[in-house]
Write a protein that binds this ligand. Structure first.
Ligand code: A3P
Length: 287
């Protein structure tokens, strides 16, 4: 299919048609948030599927049933994807969802509600590498071209859900008070039980240390790789070609060091710094 056929443009964002449609985006805009809903907001390739594993476990006191019986896309659906309209009525409270949407496109009912959000941020250099491989294996996405070309696409925002810097800026400046928790992929990798305790407290769950350790065990990269409900092995190869790359690929911070030349690094960091120069917060990355 031509790249135009693969892509849907919506409010300045490039989205894959396979999983998104104008109807699904309208459905998201009209979605009625409830006060006890939980949302993970994550730029693509920053740990979305990880949150789809973590949230049901935190919300159900470590009960493994949801993660062992329901595919990730139905147990914690994407707000903006086609699938939500089909399964929204099956979600039980407290409902957990994920979104890649920038803050500016969150629906009116979200703003009117008290729904909580966990925003997960990842080093953009690792996002770029992860995305580069994902574009190769996801047959419903455009070919990424060379690594050099993909860097330019990423910096221009010609990738799924637009510029990373816009996503971060929008969510960082969202005035949501104690409705939002910011956490990084790297913190989760470094000490998952600590990250889980933080999320559990934020969500008002009073989980014992035994439960936290149990959840951490089921959410390691190694365990998730073997969970057929989470490793995308249920998706036919014509959509996700696992011979090219696995979805759960490396699962570590710092793989960018194996991919960027010094010139590419300089080009990337200076462009990102320029985009973020007027922001008052300091990112936890050497950019
Ligand atoms: P890599 O390609 O660097 O391995 P998303 O779900 O937002 O698309 O993000 C996918 C990235 O998160 C992939 O990164 C994937 O391996 C990583 N990931 C998913 N679950 C993980 C886990 N339990 N531990 C560490 N990384 C994980």
């Amino acid at each position: 299919m031509s790249s135009d056929g693969l892509i849907l443009w919506y409010q300045g964002l490039l989205l894959p048609r396979e999983t998104h449609s104008l109807e699904s985006l309208e459905f998201a805009q009209e979605f009625k948030f409830r006060d006890d809903d939980i949302m993970a907001a994550v730029y693509p390739k920053s740990g979305t599927i990880w949150m789809q594993e973590i949230l049901p476990l935190l919300l159900n006191g470590g009960d493994l049933t949801p993660i062992q019986t329901i595919p990730n896309w139905d147990r914690v659906p994407w707000l903006e994807e086609k699938r939500l309209a089909l399964i929204a009525d099956t979600l039980t409270a407290p409902r957990a969802m994920v979104t890649h949407l920038p803050f500016r496109l969150m629906p009116p009912s979200f703003h009117a509600s008290k729904a909580k959000v966990i925003y997960v941020m990842r080093n953009p250099k690792d996002i770029l590498v992860s995305s580069y491989y994902f574009h190769q294996m996801a047959e419903f996405l455009d070919d990424p071209g060379t690594f050099d070309e993909f860097i330019e696409k990423f910096l221009d925002g010609n990738v799924m859900f637009g510029k990373w810097t816009d996503h971060v800026k929008g969510w960082r400046s969202a005035e949501l008070g104690d409705r939002i928790l910011f956490i990084t992929y790297e913190e989760m990798c470094q000490d998952l039980p600590a990250a889980l305790r933080q999320m559990s407290d934020f969500l008002g769950r009073n989980l014992s240390e035994v439960t936290i350790q149990k959840i951490a065990h089921h959410c390691t990269f190694k365990t998730m790789k073997t969970n057929r409900m989470s490793n995308f092995s249920l998706v036919p190869k014509q959509y996700m070609n696992t011979e090219k790359s696995l979805f759960l690929r490396k699962g570590v911070p710092g793989d960018w060091k194996n991919h960027f030349s010094s010139e590419q690094l300089a080009r990337f960091t200076s462009a990102i710094r320029k985009e973020l120069q007027s922001e008052s917060y300091t990112l936890p990355y050497n950019l």
